[in-house]
Design a protein around this ligand. Sequence first.
Ligand SMILES: NC(=O)c1ccc[n+]([C@@H]2O[C@H](COP(=O)([O-])OP(=O)(O)OC[C@H]3O[C@@H](n4cnc5c(N)ncnc54)[C@H](O)[C@@H]3O)[C@@H](O)[C@H]2O)c1
Length: 255
Amino acid sequence: MSLKNKVAIVTGGNSGIGQAIVLELARQGASVVIDYVAHPEATEALEREICKLGNQSLGVEADVSKLADLQKLIDAAVGKFGRLDIMVNNAGIETRTSVLDTTEAQYERVMAINLKSAFFGTQIAARQMIKQGGGGRVINITSVHEDWPMPGNTPYCLAKGGMRMLTRTAGVELAKHDILVVGVGPGAVATPINLSTMNDPAKLAQLNAAIPLGRMARPEEIASVVAFLAGAGASYLTATTIFTDGGIMQSSVGL
Ligand SMILES: NC(=O)c1ccc[n+]([C@@H]2O[C@H](COP(=O)([O-])OP(=O)(O)OC[C@H]3O[C@@H](n4cnc5c(N)ncnc54)[C@H](O)[C@@H]3O)[C@@H](O)[C@H]2O)c1
C-alpha cells in the first residue's frame, strides 16, 4: 500500500492502459478519480472493483480536450478526497493519417485530446499541488512515437513529440516545487487502440517479430511502471521518459 493517502486522477481511465493504471494505483492504496468520455458502465464496474479492494474512487465524465472539463476533474479530486497528488495524463487517440491526407479537423482533434489535454492537465494539476504544498507527480503516457517516426500516423507522432518536450520542460520548471514530471513511453500494448492489428494474425506476427521480447505488453505491465513512478521509490526521477517497449526502440528489425 505504498500510495496510501495519495489522491490520483487518471484521464481516459476506463479502458486499456488507463483502466490498468486506475486499478494498480487503487491496489497500492490511492484514491482515484476515473475520467471517462464513453461507456459509463465500464467506469461503474471499475468503481465497484475498487470498492471491493477497500479503496475509494470516483468516476467523472470529462472531455480532456476542454480546459473547463479538466478543471472539473481537479475540482472533483479536491472536493471528494481533499487534495491531488498524482496526475496521469493518459487519454489519447490516433487518426492513422499521413502528412498528405490529414485534414484540419483530424489534426486539431489529435492535438487537443493528446497534447493540449496533457499541457493544461499538467498546468492545473501543478497549480493545485503548489497551493496545497508537499509536491506531486505528473505522469504523461506518451509513446515510443514521442521519438520514433511512424509514417501514416503523423498527427499522433507530433502530439507525442510535444508531450516529450512538455515532460522535459515542465519537469525542469516545476522541480523547485518538488513536482516531478515523467513520461511513460509504451511500445505496442494489447488494448482497444490496437484492435485492428490484434485481429489480423499476419500483422500481429509481424509486430511480435519486431519486438525483442516477442510480444505486445499487457496493460498491467505499463500500469506497474506508472505506480512505481507515483511512489516514494521514484523521488529522484523527473523531466525524462521511461520507455516500456519490450526493447523495440533498440531493435534493428524495426516495424
Ligand atoms: N496501446 C498501445 O500500444 C499504446 C502505445 C503507446 C502509447 N499508448 C498511449 O496510451 C494511452 C492509452 O491508450 P490505450 O492503448 O489504453 O487505448 P484506449 O483507446 O483504450 O484508451 C484511450 C482512452 O482515452 C479516452 N479518450 C479519448 N478521447 C478522450 C477525451 N476527449 N477525453 C477523455 N478521454 C478520452 C478513451 O475513451 C479511452 O478510454 C494513449 O495516450 C495512447 O496513445 C498506447
